[in-house]
Design a protein around this ligand. Structure first.
Ligand SMILES: Nc1ncnc2c1ncn2[C@@H]1O[C@H](COP(=O)(O)OP(=O)(O)OP(=O)(O)O)[C@@H](O)[C@H]1O
Length: 256
């Protein structure tokens, strides 16, 4: 479904070149919920964003559904992006639009006729359990509800893939549970392939079937979590599997 092959991305910064991602390769299969985990700054978001070329890699290839994305003209790429939804840590909702109109937004951009839009919006809101909040504005919603609106909006274009960038980092543990349940449901019921960036091993354990551990721009280890005997080799993966706690930068020194 998604093949990232030897992806590298360097940013020019005031301190010199910053190698955010170095020779990372990943194979995501149809129906996977694939986790990308690591400390802050490991390159997870950058790697995730190369999948829809929000971040264009300096090297490597991005193949989605059998098609090489990096060579596509922008107009074609925009069309392909319709089949890839994305959600973010801070929800990125339009505050001056109500829930219904937030979900409507990508359909308006794609020039979907009004009657068709309505059907699609209603079914997306139903999928995330927010039909009764259609007229509410984002300011009146809890963090979990906002993220579920963002999920509904991401589903509006009927995507095959959903990219999730720290979707539970701004909410409490209970709300995390409801967001993860919504993600698992759409994976199971709609067959949508999910790639999720997180700091939390608990998130990975709750919904992922596979995980790649990143450190300093590199994928250091990958695991199929359905296997019985998982034997991490790298210090960071050993730490993650043993501790199962939320990672924060201050802890970086203590695992080694
Ligand atoms: N546009 C940019 N310009 C310069 N540096 C960037 C840019 N985007 C990311 N970086 C740097 O690249 C490195 C990797 O960032 P990235 O956001 O991919 O890491 P991450 O693992 O997702 O971390 P976090 O969990 O904190 O988001 C970091 O050092 C970050 O500061």
């Amino acid at each position: 479904m998604i093949t990232l092959h030897n992806i590298s991305k360097t940013f020019a910064t005031a301190e010199g070149p910053l190698h955010a991602v170095s020779s990372a390769s990943l194979e995501v299969e149809q129906g996977d919920i694939y986790g990308l985990i690591g400390f802050s700054g490991a390159g997870k978001s950058t790697l995730l964003r190369t999948i829809n070329l929000l971040e264009r890699p300096d090297e490597g290839s991005v193949i989605v559904d059998g098609e090489e994305f990096t060579g596509l003209p922008l107009r074609e790429l925009r069309k392909r992006r319709l089949s890839i939804g994305m959600i973010f840590q801070h929800f990125n909702l339009l505050n001056n639009r109500n829930v219904y109109d937030n979900v409507s937004f990508p359909l308006e951009i794609a020039k979907v006729p009004k009657a068709q839009r309505r059907q699609r919006i209603e079914s997306c809101l139903e999928m995330v359990g927010l039909s009764d909040k259609a007229k509410a504005f984002p300011a009146k919603l809890s963090g979990g509800q906002k993220q579920r609106v963002a999920i509904a909006r991401a589903l509006a274009g009927n995507p095959k893939i959903l990219l999730c960038d720290e979707p539970t980092s701004s909410v409490d543990p209970q709300t995390t549970g409801s967001i993860l349940a919504a993600l698992q449901e759409i994976n199971r019921n709609l067959g949508i392939t999910i790639v999720i960036v997180t700091h939390e091993m608990n998130v990975v354990k709750a919904i992922c079937n596979k995980v790649a551990v990143m450190e300093q721009g590199k994928i250091v280890e990958k695991f199929d979590l359905r296997e019985k005997n998982i034997a991490p080799q790298s210090p960071i993966a050993k730490y993650l599997f043993k501790n199962e706690i939320t990672l924060v930068r201050e802890m970086e020194a203590s695992y080694a």
